[in-house]
Design a protein around this ligand. Structure first.
Ligand code: AP5
Length: 192
C-alpha cells in the first residue's frame, strides 16, 4: 500500500490536487471534510453536531473524525492506498492514524505540504464561496478563523511527521498543472 497525506491550510488546493493524484495513482480519496458534509446532507446526529463547529470555522472533536476514518478504511479493504485530505489535523489524530495503519501493517509513506500565503487563501476561498454554497466560505471572518485553527492546532501535524523525515514542502501558488507536476514527481520518487 502507498499512503499519502496531502497537507496544507484551508484553500491550499488539497481537494483540487487530490482529484489528479487519485486518478493517476489509483489511491482511495479520504477527505474528512467531504465525509462530514455528507453527514450534514443526510441530517445525521453527527452531522448536526459537526455543522455548528464547521460553520464557525472550528475543528470537529478528534474522536468523531477518527471514528469516521476507521469506518471508511474498513469499508475499503482492497484499497491500493489512501490519500488523506484534511486529516490528520491535530497531533492526537496523527497518533490515531498511525495506530489505525499499524493495525493493518501499514504506515504513512509521505506528507506533501502545500505552502500558500494567507492572503491568497482568503482570496481563493471567498472566490469559491460565491458559487460553492459552502457556508464556511462566504464570510471572511470565518475564513480567517479556519486559518487560525490551522495555525494553532494543525501545523503540529507537519512537526509530528517531520520527526520521521516524511514531510516534503511544495510551493502551492502557481498553476494547478505546475503544482500537480511537483507533487507527482515527489510521489514517483517515493514509489521508485
Ligand atoms: P475541509 O473540507 O477539509 O476544508 P479545508 O481544509 O478548509 O479545505 P478546503 O476544502 O476549503 O480547501 P482545499 O485545500 O481542499 O482547497 P481546494 O482544492 O478546495 O474541512 C472543512 C471543515 O470540516 C473544517 O473547518 C473542520 O470544521 C471540519 N473538519 C474536516 N476535517 C477535520 C478533521 N480532520 N478534524 C477536525 N475537523 C475537521 O481549493 C480552494 C479553492 O482554490 C477552489 O476554488 C480552487 O478552485 C482554488 N484553487 C485551487 N488550486 C488553485 C491554484 N493553484 N490557483 C488558484 N486557485 C486555486
Amino acid at each position: 500500500m502507498f499512503n499519502l497525506i496531502l497537507f496544507g491550510p484551508p484553500g491550499s488546493g488539497k481537494g483540487t490536487q487530490s482529484e489528479n493524484i487519485i486518478a493517476a495513482f489509483g489511491l482511495q480519496h479520504l477527505s474528512t471534510g467531504n465525509l462530514l458534509r455528507n453527514e450534514i446532507a443526510n441530517q445525521t446526529i453527527l452531522g448536526l453536531k459537526a455543522k455548528t463547529l464547521m460553520d464557525a470555522g472550528q475543528l470537529v472533536p478528534d474522536e468523531v473524525v477518527i471514528g469516521m476514518v476507521d469506518n471508511f478504511m474498513n469499508a475499503h479493504p482492497t484499497a491500493k492506498g489512501f490519500l488523506f485530505d484534511g486529516f490528520p489535523r491535530t497531533t492526537a489524530q496523527c497518533i490515531a492514524l498511525d495506530a489505525l495503519l499499524q493495525a493493518r501493517n501499514n504506515e504513512i509513506n509521505i506528507v506533501l505540504a502545500l505552502e500558500v500565503s494567507e492572503e491568497e487563501l482568503v482570496k481563493r476561498l471567498l472566490g469559491r464561496g460565491a458559487t460553492s454554497g459552502r457556508s464556511d466560505d462566504t464570510n471572511e471572518t470565518i475564513i480567517r478563523a479556519r486559518i487560525k485553527e490551522y495555525q494553532d492546532k494543525t501545523t503540529a501535524v507537519a512537526t509530528y511527521y517531520a520527526q520521521f523525515d516524511k514531510v516534503v514542502n511544495i510551493q502551492g501558488e502557481g498553476s494547478v498543472a505546475q503544482i500537480y507536476a511537483d507533487l507527482k514527481k515527489e510521489i514517483e520518487t517515493r514509489l521508485a
